[in-house]
Design a protein around this ligand. Sequence first.
Ligand SMILES: [Zn+2]
Length: 256
Amino acid sequence: MNRQSLRLGLFIAIAPVTLVCLVAFAQSGPQPIDPKKQPTRADGLPADLLAAGETLSVGRVTADPGYSLDHLKREIAPTGRVRCPKVKKVRYKGDVIRYHSPVWVYVDFRDRLRLFEKVVRQTAIDIYGRAPRKIRHIGTYNCRRIGLWPTYLSEHGIANGIDVAGFDFGPLPRRTPRAVRKATPKKLRRAFKVRMIRHWHATSGVAHSHHRRFLRLLAARLVLRRDIFRVLLGPSYPGHKNHFHFDVSPWRLVQL
Ligand SMILES: [Zn+2]
């Protein structure tokens, strides 16, 4: 076999593999979502999110109402300085539950955060008998690209995402009904903190029976609420060991 036919043979052998890789890459990129085609069953819930036999209600799937930033182009050049489109941002302290420090967010994302806080409050009442005093975040607005997808603008670049590291609880209020107080372990009647980094994978004690359950029940409920966030990332997604990332991208991605 001469050198030319060897090259041709090598090309024929490699070309289909390369094509398959390119197709796979193109298909695995973020895909836009169609708000009208929303599933009506709880089929978006990761199977291993809650322990088998979980008795608390996780809720029902809601419809996606559409979003004011859906039209905004997220594709950017893979290298060079990132320029973030101007969107109307507001400083927000939290209405239902306060953030430990005010967040700087796109005006319509604030409405999504209000709904998020309501789910946090309800889930905390179900598990601990009270809402947390503070939501601990580690960032909202930050003009940058997506680490794993350098040709896409991060939702943080348009103040349309939040990173949540945990929740700070105060002591059980005096007026708490006796049955709830009795059902609350002593350790959890005083102030405590819940953190993704420590409690998402907790294996024993109240960290397992309450904190892990709280974080996972909250995540499950948020996955089913299509009217709040579309992208929900957690410890199983690279770079998210210590926080949830929530945003309203024009596509859906759930990896907790
Ligand atoms: Zn994030």
